[in-house]
Design a protein around this ligand. Sequence first.
Ligand code: PLP
Length: 451
Amino acid sequence: MQTQAYRQLDRDHHLHPFTDFKALAEEGSRIVTHAEGVYIHDSEGHRILDAMAGLWCVNLGYGREELVEAATAQLRELPYYNNFFKSTHPPAVKLAEALCRLAPAHMNRVFFTGSGSEANDTVLRMVRRFWALEGKPDKQWIIARENAYHGSTVAGLSLGGMAPMHGQGGPLVPKITHVRQPYWFGEGRPAGQDPGTFGRECAAALEAKILELGEENVAAFIAEPVQGAGGAIIPPESYWPAVKEVLARYDILLVMDEVICGFGRLGEWFGSMHYDLAPDLMPIAKGLSSGYLPIGGVLVGDRVAETLIERGGEFFHGFTYSGHPVCAAVALKNLELMQAEGVVERVRNDIGPYLAERWATLAEHPLVGEVRSLGLIGALELVDPDTGGRFDKSLGAGTLCRDICFELGLVMRSVGDTMIISPPLVISRAEIDELVSLARQALDDTERRLV
Ligand code: PLP
């Protein structure tokens, strides 16, 4: 089928996620047909370097035959059975064991879901159930962060802190509130305040919120180690140690959303390990299967697990596809390959530092106000070279730059005027050179069109 025919059918019948339906109908979609390594191909013959790893998920890159074989073999053996009613199957059991071996030592249980959003729904229910079983049923408030993304189900939406999403969500889940995010650049690099002081101030804002709500009413704090969809926001080094202290002072559970940072993105198996955190719960998804099949879950720390197991009775919660055998088999193979190939260590010791070095060269560009990266996540803040501040919003500088990137053969995402990358973890040095070179060309073209 030709591109135009696909576009027409797409326009007529397909409502895309996070999309202005009418605008897309006028513009027409890009039809992605196949992919290998770090490149996707479209129906018009373009080869595009995917510096977003799909949606932050294709950690091992495209076209891994071993994952195809794992799926095929499992489809033949047992294409589906559930984990309800005292049943399970080998892929779910083996994956649970493998995950708990890789997770921090105090996390020895996992509850499977089909996605990151379902994982965060599970978190919400587990957290409130835990405190009820502990005899503290008033501990129901969950504190999240402004501009956070935790998914698109109603619980995910409510835990997330994105104002435009809340504006369309109808009544949200009660007793969820949001505090300031540790986004130094986004707050205009407050005058006279170094990032360290700023990070501690954000932790103090969390403490103030706990005191306002009453510590006896606060169940948990949920956050990503590095905020992904919000704009690849790497917190100041002072932030997590200060938050850890606050949570310990008031006995509040820590939920680290590892949907993006998990599985090597920051150069450790989990982002929590990079920041030396011991979360009570870790929602996971995306890189767990390198995005080849949909699977997520919640890793549960011993404190919460023991209460749920010993005192909880039946937990009335689960999904048809919780621990789906084919998805679990692919996820297990994905983890095995990552271990065998030393993918996480390579991000930490080799390719992450290489990206940091090359990415930092973009700081010289007149359109760039800040460059940051950690492991294989990075951001560029676009600024107006005349003022050094943000462009007028009406110019849509980020969107323009993103579209130019596509024209040049690079997927780089924009969040407002923040350009972000999160490439497959298997990206080579030569491909990073290409990525940075294309990003520089895109910045030049954006400047030419804007300034
Ligand atoms: N949590 C975080 C941090 C995410 O980035 C996402 C998706 O981007 C989700 C949760 C939701 O995951 P899913 O889209 O698999 O439901």
